[in-house]
Structure formats: C-alpha cells, structure tokens
Write a protein that binds this ligand. Structure first.
Ligand code: C2E
Ligand code: MG
Ligand code: MG
Ligand code: MG
Length: 280
C-alpha cells in the first residue's frame, strides 16, 4: 500500500509495485472521467518575493477526488496520468482553468503551472497553449511553466523546440525540484530557465554542517549561472531569515502559505482577501 497515504488520503497503491496494477487500472479509469465528473480542481500556493515581502506569484497544484470524496495525492495520480496519456487532457484543462479562474482578473500577477515532459514532447502543445491564451484573453507573460527534471528524461530536441515556442508566447520557464534528479545539470546547460526552484529537501537538511554546505553550494551554482532562485518548503521564521541572509529571490512553503482554492485570491469589494498570508 502507498506510503504517502495519510489522513484524508486514499490508500491506493504503489505505482512501482506490479501487484498493485488493479488499483492502478482503477485510477486510470477514474482519470478518464475525472474532468467530466468535476473531480479535478486546482489549489494555489503563494510565492513570496523575499525583498518586497509581497506575493508575486502563485503555483497551481492539481487535486483529484475519488467518487466518494477521498483525495488522491498527485504523487499517485500524476505518474498514472503520464503513463496513460491522460496528462495531456488534464494539463490542457489546468492551463485553461488557471487562465479562466485566476488570470481573468488582475489580482494575481503570475501563475506557475506544473507541466509534464510528456506534454512538452507532444506535437502541437505550444499551439494549444496559444489557443487557450487567445480564447481567455490572457497574455503569456503572466504564466510560468514548471518543469521537473525526471530520471529517465533525456533532453529531447522536440522539448527544446517546444520550450522556445512557449518563450515566444512570453511564458517563463522554471526548473522545479532542482537537485533531486540526474538531469538537472545538463538541463541548466541547454535551457535558459528564468527561475530555478531548489528542492525542499535541501532546506530541510540544512540543520547539519554538511547539509548547510550543500544548500550553500547549490545556491551558488544556480546564482552563478544567472537564474533567479526560489527555495521551496519554507516552514519556519528561522528559514525565512536564512533565505533573506542568503539573498534568495523567492520563497514558497507552508510558512508563507498553504495551497488554497482560487476564491481566496479573488477581490472582495476592491479589498484583497489574503487569508493565505499568516501574520508574522
Ligand atoms: P511540486 O511542483 O514540487 O509542488 C510542491 C509540492 O510541495 C506540493 O505538493 C505542495 O503542497 C508541497 N509543499 C509546499 N510547501 C511545502 C512545505 O512547506 N512543506 C512540505 N512538506 N511540502 C510543501 P502536492 O500538491 O502534493 O504536489 C506534489 C507534486 O505533484 C508537485 O510537486 C508536482 O510535481 C506534481 N503536480 C501537482 N500538480 C500538478 C499538475 O497540475 N501537473 C503536473 N504535471 N504535476 C503536478
Ligand atoms: Mg512545482
Ligand atoms: Mg514538480
Ligand atoms: Mg517543486
């Protein structure tokens, strides 16, 4: 059974366990009907600019409910969606929903959306994004696409072409979870990422001298290449102070705010509703 299962989470399966293929098939079937049945939604987590202290962006994170209302974590359903190809429809739905429910009014400057390499490899992906932008009247410079370095992912020439097409639309390209895979360093050579998100494991391990040295090394590496730096997984005031001291550009994590539905970001009578910002 899934290690990730916790309170309110489905105990489903381990996608790497061949014995769990039944559950995997159930999930694959659920994913086919999920959009139509209203089982998919997006929540948004604030990204704070360290210098100004303002929320300069939010990250869209996908949520999936089973028919009985139980939540399935993305760590379980995204790999299945990638295997079955359902990620293509889910991905288009996510971009369209971000544009329609959040970027339609001007309260959030930028939304970052996680995009799977499968989407980037699919012919016509950049064109489908252009269509969504046209239909919703949103300009590309209010979107960033987060790409995660995968284990098996060599940098396909199709992906590089797609990324340059997306950049022509004004969309920023961010590297997600940097430091967790094998491909990150070669990707840094090939792609001019606007921002690199340093995986939260580096912050969590910085309590030891070795962990701290590692965090500083990875920050220096990203900075020397001229990328903006976002550190993920900020959970304490001490960590926020450390990020300020290190000159990090942006932070994200439970201490800044948890992922919440779009309504929390929409204006009420001209006053910004910001319950996601905890008072210090
Ligand atoms: P990610 O893109 O690295 O997203 C950040 C994950 O870290 C989110 O988990 C978020 O809830 C969690 N997180 C944020 N701050 C903290 C913190 O301070 N402490 C801790 N412990 N965790 C924190 P979530 O929502 O479960 O998403 C997991 C992963 O699923 C994402 O990692 C992303 O790779 C993938 N994912 C989510 N939505 C989508 C999507 O729409 N498309 C694709 N392709 N992948 C998605
Ligand atoms: Mg992400
Ligand atoms: Mg990711
Ligand atoms: Mg990440």
């Amino acid at each position: 059974l899934a290690k990730a299962s916790g309170r309110n989470c489905a105990r489903l399966f381990d996608p790497t366990d061949p014995q769990s293929s039944d559950e995997s098939e159930n999930l694959a079937a659920l994913l086919k009907i999920a959009i139509g049945q209203g089982l998919v939604s997006l929540v948004y987590q604030p990204i704070q600019d360290v210098v100004s202290g303002r929320v300069e962006a939010v990250e869209a994170l996908m949520r999936l409910k089973m028919l009985d209302g139980t939540l399935v974590p993305p760590s379980l359903f995204i790999p299945v969606a990638e295997r079955t190809g359902a990620i293509l429809e889910l991905g288009r739905w996510a971009i369209r929903t971000v544009c329609a429910e959040l970027l339609a009014d001007d309260h959030v400057p930028l939304v970052s959306v996680n995009v799977s390499p499968i989407q980037l490899k699919t012919p016509g992906f950049a064109a489908s994004v252009a269509t969504i932008l046209g239909e919703t009247g949103v300009t590309g410079n209010r979107l960033a696409f987060e790409i995660t370095e995968g284990l098996e992912m060599e940098m396909h020439s199709d992906i590089l072409r797609c990324i340059s097409d997306l950049k022509l639309l004004g969309i920023k390209i961010w590297l997600d979870d940097f430091g967790t895979g094998f491909a990150g360093l070669s990707w840094l050579r090939l792609i001019d990422f606007d921002t690199v998100k340093i995986d939260r494991s580096f912050l969590h391990d910085c309590g030891t001298p070795k962990g701290m040295a590692m965090l500083q090394d990875i920050i220096a590496l990203v900075r020397n290449r001229g990328h903006k730096i976002l550190v993920e997984g900020v959970e304490t005031d001490e960590q926020i102070a450390l990020m300020r001291e290190f000159g990090i550009d942006k932070i994200q994590g439970f201490r800044v705010g948890r992922p919440v539905p779009a309504a929390n970001f929409q204006a009420k009578r001209g006053v910004h509703k910001r319950p996601y910002l905890k008072s210090a």
